[in-house]
Design a protein around this ligand. Sequence first.
Ligand SMILES: Nc1nc2c(ncn2[C@@H]2O[C@H](COP(=O)(O)OP(=O)(O)OP(=O)(O)O)[C@@H](O)[C@H]2O)c(=O)[nH]1
Ligand SMILES: [Mg+2]
Length: 301
Amino acid sequence: MTSSDVHRSGFACFVGRPNAGKSTLTNRLVGSKVAITSSKPQTTRHAIRGIVHRPDAQLIIVDTPGLHRPRTLLGRRLNDLVYETWSEVDVVGFCVPADQKVGPGDKFIAEQLKKVARRTPVLGIVTKTDLVPKEQVAQQLLDLQQVMDFADLVPVSAVDSFQVDVLSDLLVQQLPEGPQLYPDGELTDEPETTLIAELIREAALEGVRDELPHSLAVTVEEMIPREDRDDLIDVHAVVYVERQSQKSIVIGKGGERLRAVGTQARKHIQALLGSKIYLDLHVKVAKDWQRDPRQLRKLGF
Ligand SMILES: Nc1nc2c(ncn2[C@@H]2O[C@H](COP(=O)(O)OP(=O)(O)OP(=O)(O)O)[C@@H](O)[C@H]2O)c(=O)[nH]1
Ligand SMILES: [Mg+2]
């Protein structure tokens, strides 16, 4: 058998500080938007699986929340989720952005990773290389190399696709031989309602600041085809905030902001479903949900 006959399959996960570019890179490798992204830290809140189909391999990328110093119960739950994921994958990609110094947050992650690195290879990935000059990328690779031993080091940019194929190859090399695990064309195993809720949250994240991004949660309550039409789906969703004052901000003057969020989200949801939708958005206060175990459970954490 030649090496080209070998089919590999398995799991990789991306870890790194919030905002390192993990989800954007996941989407780029999958070739489709399976994870939402934003300039706000701690955007990702689930372990999202994106599936890369290649002739020689099937690579499942598990995009995880950014590791950070937790300040709420939600934060602790997210960090735990990341640690759990490490034990289930064949290779870990540690993402560090090119435009920020390798800092205490990265060193902390490296210390944690060393514990799994005995069993699981870790690739060092310098992300967002389009933001800095070449020399700075080179320096960043050197700095990253200081924090732990990597199976490989690679600079990439998800924005201009620089070296994304190289990264795909490096990840695949670490996978065991195995059959296809997901059917052709399946890009994620996230349920449709979760993807929709995430697209709404992504739209709601835009333009809000301070603590508000963290306070947002979205659930899809109902999705029903309109009775007398076969080309329209009614989607009922709730945007949760933690305080009354936040509710006013999200709704905006005369409902202006919420309408803009709805318009933006609807575009993405229609593209996802390939169908027209009517999006009914409500804003509700779930007081301090990030710290409340009962409410966290209700919201799926
Ligand atoms: N210029 C540039 N920006 C990028 C690149 N990758 C990601 N970004 C931007 O960086 C920000 C964070 O990206 P995300 O992919 O959401 O980061 P993340 O690591 O998933 O963040 P969390 O989910 O919060 O942990 C977004 O504004 C992206 O558009 C890149 O290759 N180049
Ligand atoms: Mg993310």
